[in-house]
Design a protein. Sequence first.
Length: 259
Amino acid sequence: MTLQALVIGIGSGDPDHLTREAVEALNRVEVFLVADKGAAKHDLVKLREDLCRALITHDHYRFVEVPDPERGPDRERDATEYQGGVAAWHEARARRYAEIIAAEVDDAGTIGFLVWGDPAFYDSTIRIVKSIRELGVDLDLTVIPGISSIQLLAARHQIVLNRVGQPIHVTTGRRLLDEYSAALGDVVVMLDGELACSGLVEQFDDLMIYWGAQLGLDDEVLISGRLGEVIEKIRVSRAAVRESRGWVMDTYLLRQYRE
């Protein structure tokens, strides 16, 4: 028999941010598989559990935590080593999930993967589920979109992400300094744990930043202004969130200032 695998975008974890399609999908799942990333990030598991309690209308489901493999020292890797490290991490994750599925899930069951934000933006879940299938687990995959941090960032700052008729460039903190130029237009940056944008201050003193952390959660933080003027405030705020939560999720928009 074929297992049903649902990859569900849950936005920030706020029940009001899920689509009706996502709520319906939650109610179909029998076993939710969630990555156990250690005590510091266990809050992320609890947020998922709270969301399900709020939106699922029955109690015929359960959570199974899967110990997450060690990812390795990404900061010290060059581009080739980084790609290889991520590929190895994905493969190890897929194997652990396949083992858990074989031990915990009926042949004709429905499993769910809850993805923070939207599965389309810098998330590995779709790739990993396809890898599970390649390992011999018979899965029928369905992906349900969610509200991304990019959308929440724009809504919270009450801005449109692009200028009229202009492009949006989406990248990561790891790539930002190598590829940034004013010709890119408005630039959305994700996965920037080091605030790489600080390296642009001297060369691009007219850059504006619209930054947000924990978007959609009770401890949401928003800061905007000239990059050179607010970067230290952002750094301090980001560190405070990490100290309080044990983790921080943030993203930002960079935009050339115009009078």
